[in-house]
Design a protein around this ligand. Structure first.
Ligand code: ZN
Ligand code: ZN
Length: 331
């Protein structure tokens, strides 16, 4: 998993439209007959100055849960605050006579998933816009697949999927929350949708700044020609990194698709009488004054700095394995 940073610019651009869309769908536009409706007062806001209408057939008690402030927060709040808002709104709603958690979920689905995610986010191509603004080149979860952004003038193009860290089936209320939308590949998105995530147990790509240093790739030699990719926890205090790797099923994904890359690196170190890994890195370019960053990029096609891992597939995987192989003295 890769830390996604603050993404201030993306958040700024996204929050205005998402807030107005949700405000209108929940409360309707502000008019003389609907004085409590939503209006952002910006003359340039296309949504508030359009004919957009509130979502029909939604329980009024549900609409009444939302103030402008709460709608704004649902769009921009960090994950821990999102959990608080979810719990507060849910308990307010089920305190009403005849309402239960399923009712809350089904009303949330109408507004946030159907009107919000499907009819606005996807239809208005916010998946393209957001992917472009966030500018990640590989899957946030696996760093194994490039996630392309390519938009044809008409019709569809290629775009990363947006995984909901809190799933939209369990937490439909959070389907449009900026920090709940994680650019990812299709495989990771589908695996993750089957595993419930928990901030206390799992790393979050917008919360945990030290994701890359909290675990490392390693290997286990089964024979001279086969090895298993394994993960090791670098954090002595908790097991969140390994729990996250398990939830994302990264061991299986890497085992299935990257074991050949592992074997190539092990061969460079052990197959020949000379340590070719060492030779490649330290002798190949002779007098050329190359930095380590340049060497790793040219020889192994990877980035060496954490903030650039996302630019090339398998960067952390190969870097960790090479580090381990170079530090091993035995042959
Ligand atoms: Zn507006
Ligand atoms: Zn992935």
């Amino acid at each position: 998993m890769i830390y996604l940073g603050n993404q201030y610019t993306a958040l700024e651009k996204y929050k205005k439209e998402a807030t107005c869309w949700l405000g209108i769908k929940i409360k309707g536009r502000k008019t003389i007959s609907n004085p409590s409706g939503h209006f952002c007062a910006e003359s340039t806001c296309l949504l508030c100055n359009s004919n957009a209408k509130k979502r029909s057939r939604v329980d009024q008690n549900y609409r009444d849960l939302f103030s402008d402030q709460i709608i704004h927060e649902i769009v921009v709040a960090k994950p821990s605050r999102l959990v608080e808002i979810f719990s507060a709104l849910l308990s307010n709603y089920i305190a009403l006579p005849g309402k239960d958690a399923d009712d809350f979920k089904s009303e949330s689905k109408k507004i946030f998933v159907k009107s919000g995610y499907t009819n606005w986010f996807l239809k208005e191509r916010w998946n393209y816009q957001l992917a472009k603004l966030i500018n990640q080149h590989t899957c946030t979860y696996c760093n194994r697949q490039y996630i392309f952004i390519y938009k044809k003038s008409k019709g569809t193009g290629m775009v990363p999927q947006f995984d909901h860290w809190f799933s939209k089936s369990d937490f439909p209320l959070l389907a449009l929350s900026f920090f709940n939308l994680i650019p990812s590949c299709g495989i990771c998105n589908s695996i993750k949708s089957q595993n419930a995530m928990d901030l206390g147990k799992h790393l979050h790509p917008y919360v945990d700044t030290n994701i890359s240093s909290s675990y490392r790739f390693s290997y286990f030699l089964k024979s001279t020609t086969t090895s298993n990719i394994i993960f090791k926890n670098n954090n002595l205090i908790n097991n969140r990194s390994l729990d996250t790797i398990e939830a994302l099923e990264l061991e299986k994904i890497y085992e299935g698709h990257s074991s050949k890359e592992l074997q190539d690196l092990i061969d460079l170190r052990y197959k020949y009488s000379d340590n070719y890994l060492e030779i490649l890195l330290n002798k190949t370019f002779g007098e050329l004054q190359m930095t380590d960053k340049e060497k790793y990029r040219l020889i192994f096609g990877i980035e060496l700095n954490e903030e650039n891992y996302h630019k090339r597939v398998l960067s952390k995987f190969k870097k960790d394995i090479i580090d381990e192989l170079l530090n091993t003295n035995s042959k």
